[in-house]
Structure formats: C-alpha cells, structure tokens
Design a protein around this ligand. Structure first.
Ligand code: HDD
Length: 698
C-alpha cells in the first residue's frame, strides 16, 4: 500500500518561497508578504485548498468533507436569474450636479439645490439578448439611473429612445415574448429579425412610431457615452403650494450622438462582443468620465390639451420645437464598480422609487411599470430585503417597522415593531410636512378596460419622425426594414408591414417593397384616425448631433516593420492632442521595427483588431510592408471596411498601395499620411458622400 501523501509532501515544503507542486499537480503560490488566511465561510482556516478529503490516495471522496461541500454548494448557487429584459448591461458610479434650480416647480431637493452633487449608479443595457449576448445588436438601449438623494432613492428608468412600442402595460409580456428568441427553437438571440417579432408588430399599429426609431441608427450606438437618454413618460413636478407641472426628462451626451453603420455593428459583434462595455471601462479607468446634460421639458395641463397628440401615450413624444429643452444639470459617470456582480448585476431599479416633489402621471404604461419592477426584484434577488444590498441601499437614513425576511442584514433593537406605539416614543413616525404626498388631483369618468380616443393616432408621429430624417438616415431606415423583414418566413407578415408603412410615407413603403421583391404595394390597413402632417423636427436626427470633435474617439494606426516612425509619431501626437486615443495595429503583437530601427509597441494584432473597432484609421506602411500585406486578407479587410464604413483614412504611399490592392479609389475622406490637419478634420465625421459609391441603399 502506498503511503498517503499530503499536499505539502512534495520535495520542498510549501510556504517557503518555492513553487512546490502538490500531489494534485497544482502549483502552490509562493508566499510573499502578509496574507490573510483562506477560511471557510464560518471563519475556519483551511489547510489545503487543492485536495478534497479521500479515503486513501486513489480512493473515493468522503461525504464528511464539509469544506468541499461548502465550496461547491456556494459555487452551484453563484448565478441569480438574469433579468427577463435588459439582461445585458454595463454599470458605473457617478454623480448628478444641478446647475439650474426648478424650485418654482418642485420641492424635490435633487432638483432645487444648485451645486449639490448627488451620488448615483447608472446601468445601460440592451433589451432582448441574454446577459452573455454581444453589445452591438440592433436594439433599444436601457438608460437607468439610481439617484441616492438625501430624501431617498429616485430611480429614473428610461431608454435611449423617447417613445415605446405599446401604450398599456398589459401588452408588455406579449411584446417581450414576441421579440425574445422563439420558444420552440431558442433563437434568434438578441435580434428582432424574426417571424414572431414582426408578426406581433404587424398586428400592433401603435408600435409604428417606435419601429421608425428602432430601424434608425439610434439602435446601433457607437458608444454608451454617445447615446441620448429619455425618461419617456410624462411625470409631474409638485411645488410647495401643491401645484403640478408636467415634465419629461432627457439626457444628452457631452460627446454628441453617434452611431455605427449596420454592417459595422455586425462585424463589431464578432471582433469584440464586449465593445461597449470595454469602451466605457477603458474610458472610466483611464480617467475620462462620461458625461451627459440633464434637460427637462416643462408644460402645463392647458398646453398639453393643445398638443395634437396625447402626452400620456408613451408612443408619442413632445417635439423639442414644441416644448424646448431646458438644461438644468449634468450627469457624470466616473467610477467603474469594484465588482460587476455586486453592483451592476444586483442593482434593482424600480420606477416606483420616487422622491417628494415628483409624482407619476396617468400614463397607463407607467402605471403598470410601478408594479412590475418591485415584483421582478423579489424573484431576481430572492428577498424583500434587496434594498439592503449596498448598491440599492439609500445613502440617507431610512427606518420603518418592516422586519425579518430572507437575508435580513439589519438588527433592529427593542420590542416594538409597529406604529403607533407608546412603548417606543423614539421609533420612526410619519412626517406630514416632508413625507411623500400623492398630488391631490380630481379623477372622474367611467371605470372600464378602455383607452383615450386620441391614443388611436398611430401613424402621425411615425411619419413626422421619418420625414424629419436626412436622406442618408431615411435610406438606413428603409434598408433596415428590408433586412429585418427579409428574415421573416411567413410572406403575409412583410406584406402587412409594408401596408402600415404606406400610412407613414408612400416612398418608404415603395422602397421596402422593392427591396423585398414584392410585385406590388399591398393595401394599407384602415387607420383608426386620419394621419396628420406634423411639422418636421430636426432634433430627431442623428446626423447633425455628432459633435465636431475627436474627443472620446479612437483612431487605429496600421503599421508593419519598416513603417516611417516620424509619420506615425506626428499623427499619433496630433490625434492625442485632439482628445482621441490611439491604438497601434500591426501584423505581430508586441512591437513593430520601424524604418529607423526603433521598436514601436503594438496594441493589437491585425487579424484580431479590425478597423471596425476605430472611428478613423491611418495606414502607414513602407512599400515592402504594403507588398507583404497585400496578400493578407485581414489587411485588405482593414482598409476595405474602413472605406466602406465611411471613415477617414490617412495613407502614406504604402497605405495607398493597400487601398489600390483592395480595389478602392480615394475620395475627399482619404488624405495623405503626413497631412495631419486634414486627417483631424476628416476624422471628426463620417464621409457621407461616399456612401452611394459603396452601398446600394433600399
Ligand atoms: Fe422595463 C427592466 C426600461 C416598460 C418591466 N426596463 C428595465 C430596464 C430598463 C427598462 C432600462 C433595466 C433596468 C436595469 O438596468 O436593471 N421598461 C423600460 C422603459 C419602458 C419599460 C423605458 C417603457 C417606457 N418594463 C416596461 C413595462 C414593464 C417592464 C411596461 C412591465 C409591465 N422592465 C420590466 C421588468 C424589468 C425591466 C421585467 C426586468 C429587470 C428589471 O425590471 O429589473 O420588471
């Protein structure tokens, strides 16, 4: 019988600075400096974290091994249910700073105390995909903020699109079941391009306005730092006299609004599924906070009565041209969470988390949401005590007589857990003066499963949105519809959709029908109300909201052995000076040996770092380098995609050779490698003029 060996029975005893190999083959870490003992969850120091307890060296494991059982049991329960929607999200800490007081309208201190920095946690998400899905599918982005105000937590749980698909919360499960992967086959993941989604939508005329938004490039953001955010619903602000003013909340990115192109987003998903998460991580951890303006639209009941739509209908927006935005503060995200699970996964947003001075409106979608979120947190986080998890806990005092429950962390003292009581005069009591009061507003009318008549105008704002877009944006919407509907197997569904499009814009319907190869235009369904021609709203465009800056953007420079160091350095310095960051790409990771013999550190290997990851590119190669890369498909793709995605290119002679090899002719967005000023100017925008040369748009 062989002699039983403990882990430390190797040639050298462990914990003496060497790297002894245990009987299990694991390398023991050398001991450097002080370290806390590894313990069980009960605090018992563990002597051996490599071997489970066995009857003999080659014998069975023993049930007695409570250390093994504790460790594996905990591991088995590490995952909690992912969110039914918005499962894929990225979060960060930051603060809100008020710059203009809304004191005439509200008692909410977060909106009246200018200069106060209110801590917050933000989570930005896609909607349809699972938590491990990629960052760049065509999808709405959730934009949820938890303000830790001194009067309690306020959650503003919005999206990057100011309208929604449906008007009544009772339809939310149907909508989500339709868009999520189909239940019999469990695909497609994170995609609306399938039968069940378009079937449901084609039977839901009220979704047409949102459809215009999701088919636009708004759902293909370049960066989470470059999206707008909207509270969507009308809320109420309540002032000290109890007067009410309606409000809509908006976030506007300091870096401007920017999207990718569809083909680009698809390729990014393969090149870097974590593209948005990594972008925010790199930005925040390198000291570049993400920032948004906070703006409000304020309006009275009388003004609302004059709108050509019902503002309580979440499928409608209030054009900025009708009610201008007032900027009242800024949101800064400046701290990446220490631990993803602790904060980003466990954060629990509820639209019902509100503060005094703000109140809900009668929007029926909002009213349903007030129920759903608290309910979902109970099953997702497993306990009514989820408010005690640090990321969810208020940062102001909070106290009541709620007690016990799963995972209770608090240790309330005394015998009184009720109110009123005479036994504990210092126990928490209600505060009639500062406590939350629902606005006392008259309600009348007949009870029933009913909807306001004006909610039935389903097409006017869809038309307004489409007709407000530039030619390029209209073409992208048409192409997106063609792509999505081409994936639908049942022919009657695209037909029905094109019928709806005829109410929005006859030309759009024709373009989509043509792209789908339909012989004739299907008939339009009967519209419940006449379609209004609302004035175009330029604020609804993306083009024009991209800021004339390189700040926050990333430039890729492709080099190889033999590239000219002076040109690379001049370009890099100028780009960094303009506030962008630079990544050097080369055939081999590590370093490239430049013409002068200097070794240039490389950030990414060519095949794994395609040009879709950059906002603009420079290709700086010696003739020999260009000749070698001319037979590399990754290099040809690099230049072809940058060109096809309408990016600026700075090319020296070697770069031009590669361009020619790729079969491309230069245009105004292709500048000389040493013309730094021209490159900086061109890189701030997309080369829209090029689009008709490289892509047939529906
Ligand atoms: Fe919702 C999550 C935004 C309608 C039910 N929703 C969720 C999140 C965002 C939104 C950003 C992710 C929060 C996070 O990061 O944890 N939802 C919206 C917007 C809506 C909307 C802007 C319409 C204007 N949602 C909506 C309705 C219902 C829900 C009508 C149900 C009746 N939403 C939920 C939910 C989720 C959720 C099931 C899933 C995870 C969670 O709540 O915490 O309760």
């Amino acid at each position: 019988m062989s002699k039983p060996m403990s882990t430390n029975d190797s040639a050298e005893p462990a914990h003496q600075g060497a790297h002894p190999v245990g009987a299990g083959g694991e390398l023991h870490q050398p001991v450097q400096g002080d370290h806390p003992p590894l313990t069980t969850n009960q605090g018992l120091p563990v002597s051996d974290n490599q071997n489970s307890l066995r009857a003999n060296p080659r014998g069975p494991a023993l049930l007695e091994d409570f250390i093994l059982r504790e460790k594996i049991t905990h591991f088995d329960h590490e995952r909690i249910p992912e969110r039914i929607v918005h499962a894929r999200g990225t979060g960060a800490h930051g603060y809100f700073e008020l710059t203009q007081s809304l004191a005439p309208y509200t008692t909410a201190q977060v909106l009246t105390e200018v200069g106060t920095k209110t801590p917050l946690f933000a989570r930005i998400s896609t909607v349809a995909g699972g938590s491990g899905s990629s960052d760049t599918p065509r999808d709405v982005r959730g934009f949820a903020i938890k303000f830790y105000t001194q009067q309690g937590n306020w959650d503003l749980v919005g999206n990057n699109i100011p309208v929604f698909f449906i008007q009544d919360a009772i339809k939310f499960p149907d909508l989500i079941h339709a868009v999520k992967m189909e239940p019999d086959r469990a695909f497609p993941q994170a995609a609306s391009a399938h039968d069940t989604f378009w079937d449901y939508i084609s039977l839901t005329p009220k979704a047409m306005h949102m459809v215009m938004w999701i088919m636009s490039d708004r759902t293909l953001p370049r960066s989470l730092r470059m999206i707008e955010g909207f509270g969507i619903h009308s809320f109420r602000l309540i002032n000290a006299s109890g007067e009410s003013t309606f409000v809509k909340f908006h976030w506007r990115p300091a870096l401007g609004l920017q999207s990718t192109l569809w083909d680009e987003a698809v390729k990014i998903a393969g090149a870097d599924p974590d593209f948005h998460r990594r972008d925010l991580f790199e930005s925040l951890t390198s000291g570049r906070p993400a920032e948004w303006e906070f703006a409000v639209q304020l309006f009275t009941q009388e003004e609302a009565d004059g709108f050509p739509f019902d503002h309580l209908d979440a499928t409608k927006l209030i054009p900025e041209e009708l009610v201008p935005l007032q900027v009242i503060g800024r949101l800064v995200l400046d701290r990446w969470p220490d631990n993803f699970f602790a904060d980003t996964e466990q954060v629990a947003f509820c639209p019902s988390h509100i503060v005094s001075g703000i109140d809900f409106s009668n929007d029926p979608l909002l009213q349903g949401r007030l129920f759903s979120y608290l309910d979902t947190q109970l099953s997702r986080l497993g306990s009514p005590n989820f408010h005690q998890i640090p990321v969810n806990a208020p940062q102001c005092p909070f106290a009541n007589q709620q007690r016990d429950g799963h995972m209770q962390m608090a240790r309330p003292q005394g015998r009184v857990a009720y109110e009123p009581s005479s036994l504990a005069p210092d126990s928490p009591r209600e505060s009639p003066d500062v406590g939350f009061r629902t606005a006392a507003l008259p309600e009348s009318g007949d009870k029933g499963r009913i909807r306001a008549e004006r909610f039935a105008d389903h097409y006017s704002q869809a038309r307004q949105f489409y007709r407000s877009q530039t030619d390029h944006e209209q073409a992208h919407i048409a192409s997106a519809l063609v792509f999505e509907l081409s994936k639908v197997e049942h022919a009657h569904i695209p037909q029905a959709m094109v019928g709806h499009l005829r109410h929005i814009d006859e030309d759009l319907a024709r373009r989509v029908a043509d792209g789908l190869g339909l012989d004739s235009l299907p008939g339009a369904p009967t519209a419940a109300r006449p379609v209004q021609d609302l004035p175009p709203s330029p604020a609804l465009r993306i083009i024009g909201k991209m800021k004339d800056t390189l700040a926050g953007r990333v430039i890729g420079i492709l080099v190889a052995d033999g590239s000219d160091g002076g040109t690379v350095e001049a370009l890099r310095a100028a780009v960094l000076g303009a506030g962008a960051s630079v990544k050097i790409v080369a055939p081999k990771v590590g370093a490239a040996r430049l013409a002068d013999g200097v070794l240039l550190a490389v950030d990414g290997q060519l095949a794994g770092t395609p040009s879709v990851l950059f906002d603009a590119v420079a290709i700086l190669l010696s003739e020999e380098g260009a000749r070698r890369l001319s037979s590399e498909s990754a290099a040809i793709d690099f230049v072809r995609d940058a060109f096809g995605h309408l990016k600026a290119l700075a090319l020296d002679r070697g770069g031009q050779t590669l361009l020619q090899t790729a079969g491309l002719r230069p245009d105004a967005g292709v500048v000389a490698g040493d013309d730094v000023a021209a490159f900086l100017a061109a890189a701030k925008t997309r080369q829209w003029e090029r689009e008709k040369r490289v892509r047939t748009l529906a």
